[in-house]
Design a protein around this ligand. Structure first.
Ligand code: 13P
Length: 257
């Protein structure tokens, strides 16, 4: 059984003080949770404070990005080693906002995944199609390439540190979630890709999160899907009450397929 993972991506929001207030509220509201892995990803400048404030709680802290080199002349960048140094468990990589706004390629994202794993950190590896790619029937080709190139060169053993997040770009920040069925269909497809690129065990063990307008009102249905192992939450992760409710999703038996 894959343990559910509920992750919050705070994106470019909150000062250090605001971040500290939010993590304190989450730590208090989630202190008894043991059956879900909880991760939040604040901005770089808040990482150290949030790690300190989350100590003793079940919440782990990740970064939203990293640069694929341990150190060097890379002005403005932050390495996995430095993220580890402040107590992060890993980083989100390949988010569609970075692919679209900063032109990140599958190859560059692959370097980041490799760098995180080399530092013994976890990679929350994001993939997903745009609306145009979905509507023009290229969705499966896009997902296939993102997985093949983004996870190229990894061994099945290294995949134990990788979490895949499927985030259809058209569902991010739009209030338009994929239906439970659309999300499950994509997740099942991605699990098949993991089997093809690695093996049955990797496909079985790798958590695949859904992201894109996840809210308290739709999390239960999404989490009931067989191949949805967790969620990556943007907007709703900035509101303590909402994120707590999402972590405390209602469990039902997985739908049969
Ligand atoms: P929203 O939940 O705001 O749609 O954002 C999803 C996301 O991009 C998480 O990484």
């Amino acid at each position: 059984m894959r343990k559910p993972i509920i992750a919050g991506n705070w994106k470019l929001h909150k000062t250090v003080e605001e971040s500290r207030q939010l993590i304190k509220a989450l730590a208090e509201g989630l202190k008894d949770v043991t059956d879900v892995e909880i991760v939040v990803a604040p901005v770089f400048t808040s990482l150290e404070s949030v790690v300190a404030a989350a100590k003793g709680s079940p919440i782990a802290i990740a970064a939203q990005n990293c640069y694929p080199a341990p150190s060097g002349a890379f002005t403005g960048e932050v390495s996995p080693a430095l993220l580890k140094d402040v107590g992060c468990i890993g980083a989100i990589v390949g988010h569609s906002e970075r692919r679209q706004l900063f032109g990140e390629s599958n190859a560059f994202i692959n370097n980041k995944v490799q760098a995180l794993l080399a530092a013994d950190l976890r990679a929350i590896f994001c993939i997903g199609e745009t609306l145009d790619e979905r509507e023009s029937g290229r969705m499966y080709d896009i997902l296939t390439m993102q997985v093949k190139e983004g996870l190229a060169g990894l061994t099945p053993e290294q995949m134990a540190k990788v979490v895949v997040a499927y985030e259809p770009v058209w569902a991010i920040g739009t209030g338009k979630t994929a239906s439970n069925e659309e999300a499950e269909e994509a997740h099942a497809f991605i699990r098949g890709l993991l089997q093809g690129n690695f093996n049955e065990k990797v496909a079985e063990n790798t958590p695949i999160l859904y992201g894109g307008s996840v809210k308290p009102g739709n999390v239960d249905g999404l989490m009931a899907q067989e191949d949805i192992d967790g969620v990556l939450v943007g907007g709703a992760s900035l509101v303590a009450e909402d994120f707590i409710r999402i972590v405390r999703f209602e469990r039902t038996e997985p739908a049969q397929h």
